[in-house]
Ligand binder design. Structure first.
Ligand SMILES: [Fe+2]
Ligand SMILES: [Fe+2]
Length: 341
C-alpha cells in the first residue's frame, strides 16, 4: 500500500473506531482526554498540492466531488453555529466540559472545509462565490436547515427542558454526525482512495473522521444514560420523528446526479451509492443498539430510515423526471439491523 493509500485507510479506521468504542464504557472525560491528544492544525496542510488532482478529474466527477465538499463546508458551519446551546444546557458538568471541546472541533472542521473550498476557488477549480454568506449553490437538507435549527433554538430558549436536550442529541449526534456525516466521510474517503492523490483533502478528512468518532461516542453514551434515567419514550419518539429528514438529507433528492448513464453502468455507480446507504442503515442500527434499546425497537427505527430513503428516491423522480440511479429493493433494512445487533 502506498503512503497516500495508507492515509486514506487511516481515515476509514478512524470511522470504524466509532463503532468499536460505542460498545465499551467510555466516559465523557475519557473523550476529553482523547481530544487533548488528537489535536491537528489546518495551517500545517498544504492545500495547493491537491490542485493537479482536481484538474485531472473528468468534469462530471469533479462536479460530484465538489458538490460533496461544498456540502461538508455548509454542514460543518451549521453544526458549529448550533452546538453552544446544547453545551450550555447539558445536564452534568462532565457533559459540559466534553461538549466545550466539541465546539472547538466543529469550528476547526468548518474552517478546514472553508479554507479548502476557498483554495479551490482561488485557482479556478471551483466557481467563485459572490457572497459566501449567501451562497445558494448548495443546500444541506432539512435535517440541518429545519430539524437542527429548530431544536437547538428551543434548547437555547428553555435550557431546563431535558426532553428538548435529548431531542437535540438525537438530531445532532445520532442522526447528523452518526448517520449522515459518517456515511459522507466514508464515501468521500473511498472515492479518494480509489483515485489516489488529494493528499491535503485526505489528511484533513482523516482528522475530521477521528474527531467525529469521538462526537458520535458522546452521543451514544448520553442517549444510553438518558434511557437508563427513564427518558426512553421521548428519545425513541425523537428518533422516529427526525429519521425521515435524516434519510432525505443523505439521499439529497434535490441534487441531480450529473454522472453520464454510460459511466454509471461502467463504474457500477448505482450499486456503490446503494452500499453507502446500507452503510448508513447499518451505522444507525449499531448506534441505536448501543444505547440499550431493545432489538425490536431498533429494527422498527431502522426501517423508518429505510422508508425515508424510498420516499426520497420517489421525490428525486418527481423533481427531475428521471429515475434515481439507485434501486432500493435489494436493501433489506430488517436484516441489516439484525446484523448490527
Ligand atoms: Fe464536524
Ligand atoms: Fe462533529
Amino acid at each position: 500500500m502506498s503512503a497516500p493509500d495508507a492515509a486514506a485507510e487511516d481515515g476509514t479506521q478512524a470511522l470504524l473506531a466509532a463503532d468499536r468504542d460505542i460498545s465499551g464504557r467510555v466516559a465523557p472525560l475519557d473523550l476529553y482526554y482523547r481530544w487533548e491528544s488528537q489535536h491537528w492544525q489546518i495551517s500545517s496542510l498544504n492545500i495547493a498540492q491537491d490542485r493537479p488532482d482536481w484538474a485531472a478529474l473528468p468534469g462530471f466527477l469533479r462536479e460530484e466531488l465538489l458538490h460533496t465538499v461544498f456540502r461538508f463546508a455548509a454542514g460543518e458551519m451549521a453544526v458549529t453555529q448550533t452546538l453552544a446551546p446544547i453545551a450550555h444546557a447539558a445536564p452534568t458538568e462532565d457533559y459540559q466540559i466534553y461538549l466545550s471541546t466539541q465546539i472547538a472541533d466543529e469550528a476547526r472542521h468548518a474552517l478546514f472545509f472553508r479554507t479548502y473550498v476557498d483554495g479551490l476557488r482561488a485557482v479556478g477549480i471551483a466557481p467563485s462565490a459572490i457572497d459566501r454568506e449567501r451562497d445558494e449553490t448548495v443546500t444541506v437538507g432539512d435535517l440541518f436547515e429545519q430539524s437542527l435549527r429548530t431544536i437547538t433554538g428551543q434548547v437555547r430558549t428553555d435550557p431546563d427542558d431535558l426532553a428538548r436536550w435529548y431531542e437535540a442529541i438525537v438530531v445532532y449526534h445520532l442522526l447528523i454526525e452518526g448517520t449522515v456525516a459518517m456515511t459522507g466521510l466514508h464515501s468521500l474517503l473511498r472515492t479518494i482512495r480509489e483515485h489516489g492523490g488529494f493528499a491535503a483533502l485526505r489528511e484533513g478528512l482523516t482528522n475530521v473522521a477521528r474527531d467525529e468518532s469521538r462526537h458520535v461516542n458522546f452521543g451514544v453514551l448520553a442517549l444510553r444514560d438518558g434511557i437508563r434515567a427513564g427518558h426512553r419514550e421521548l428519545i425513541v419518539d425523537a428518533v422516529r420523528r427526525h429519521v425521515p429528514a435524516a434519510a432525505c438529507t443523505m439521499v439529497a433528492p434535490e441534487h441531480r446526479d450529473t454522472t453520464p448513464r454510460l459511466v454509471q453502468s461502467l463504474t457500477d455507480r448505482p450499486r456503490r451509492i446503494g452500499e453507502q446507504w446500507q452503510f448508513a442503515i447499518a451505522s444507525l442500527g449499531k448506534r441505536l443498539a448501543a444505547t440499550g434499546l431493545d432489538p425490536e425497537t431498533v429494527r422498527s427505527l431502522v426501517n423508518s430510515f429505510r422508508q425515508g430513503c424510498v420516499d426520497a428516491v420517489a421525490r428525486y423522480r418527481e423533481l427531475h423526471g428521471v429515475d434515481h440511479p439507485v434501486r432500493l429493493e435489494s436493501m433489506d433494512a430488517g436484516s441489516l439491523a439484525e446484523a448490527a445487533l
